[in-house]
Write a protein that binds this ligand. Structure first.
Ligand code: AKG
Length: 271
């Protein structure tokens, strides 16, 4: 029998200090489906993380012609998935126990990495990130607890495309996935959201939001002259199983329907 994957935690203790999350914040997250948490990394960590992610994105974009015509999905952002698998300098942060513990406390279950993604909105581009839920695209069962840490690597504002959320929408069920490349009007997809007031979350660099994978969220276009830079780290609860749905992270990895997603691709990251 194969030994279980050991918890990956090869950081100096200081980097794994616990973030002081309160019971009130956990209750607010579970009520609203999202929460803003300030200064989850120190200024020195932020500099290191931003440089690591920028360098990884640069390296992985090297062979792409920046002037090629972009399809409507590519106009939303530059997206690089699972950087932690290819860039140890990014893995050091993605696997951070400090983040994993917050995710586990918000979910109420031990956390595993699902995947990460760098999400860079290019300056002066017209595309917004349409209102959508996340978990509906993922080959996961069950889908109720998954959570995303969205960390601003630079200040994010309404002008450059900060995240917005529709509170309470993580409790809605059975909504068809939005096609992000050809988004339908939100009220057509989810008439239940009519009348709900979006909450925009501008963030200082080094601060983050966590959102439940079923919470509707959106980000506006980047109307500034600078790149909007964020990294999302996405967690799933232990014992999440594979549904067989198409997804770039799990395709051709040998999983069968019903398998627990518990290989070295999905390390445990909470205590
Ligand atoms: O960064 C964005 O514009 C959107 C991010 C998003 O949808 C997510 O992290 O789930």
């Amino acid at each position: 029998m194969q030994a279980p994957t050991p918890p990956l935690c090869y950081l100096p203790a200081t980097m794994n200090d616990r973030y002081p999350l309160t019971d009130e914040q956990i209750a607010a997250y579970r009520r609203d489906g999202f929460i803003q948490l300030d200064a989850v990394v120190s200024p020195a960590e932020l500099t290191e993380l931003r440089e690591a992610v920028e360098s990884a994105v640069r390296e992985e974009s090297r062979d792409q012609d920046p002037n090629r015509p972009k399809n409507s999905y590519e106009q939303i952002f530059i997206q690089k998935v699972n950087l932690w698998r290819r860039h140890p300098s990014v893995a050091k942060f993605v696997l951070l126990r400090r983040f994993g513990d917050i995710a586990a406390r918000l979910m109420g279950a031990p956390a595993r990495i699902w995947h990460d993604q760098a999400l860079f909105k290019e300056p002066r581009t017209g595309a917004n990130t349409p209102w959508h839920q996340d978990t509906v695209y993922w080959p996961h069962e069950p889908k109720e607890l998954q959570t995303t840490l969205w960390l601003a690597l630079k200040d994010t504002t309404i002008q450059n495309g900060c995240m917005s959320f529709l509170p309470g929408t993580h409790k809605l069920r059975g909504i068809e996935p939005v096609n992000l490349a050809e988004p339908q009007e939100l009220y057509k997809v989810a008439p239940q959201t009519r009348g709900l007031k979006p909450v925009a979350c501008p963030l200082k660099a080094g601060s983050c939001t966590f959102h439940n994978g079923l919470t509707f969220h959106y980000a506006g276009p980047n109307r500034s002259d600078d790149m909007r830079e964020a990294i999302a780290i996405i967690y799933m609860p232990d014992h999440t199983t594979y549904t067989g749905a198409d997804h770039m992270v799990t395709n051709n990895q040998g999983f069968k329907v019903g398998d627990p997603l518990e290989s070295e691709l999905f390390p445990p990251v909470s205590a």
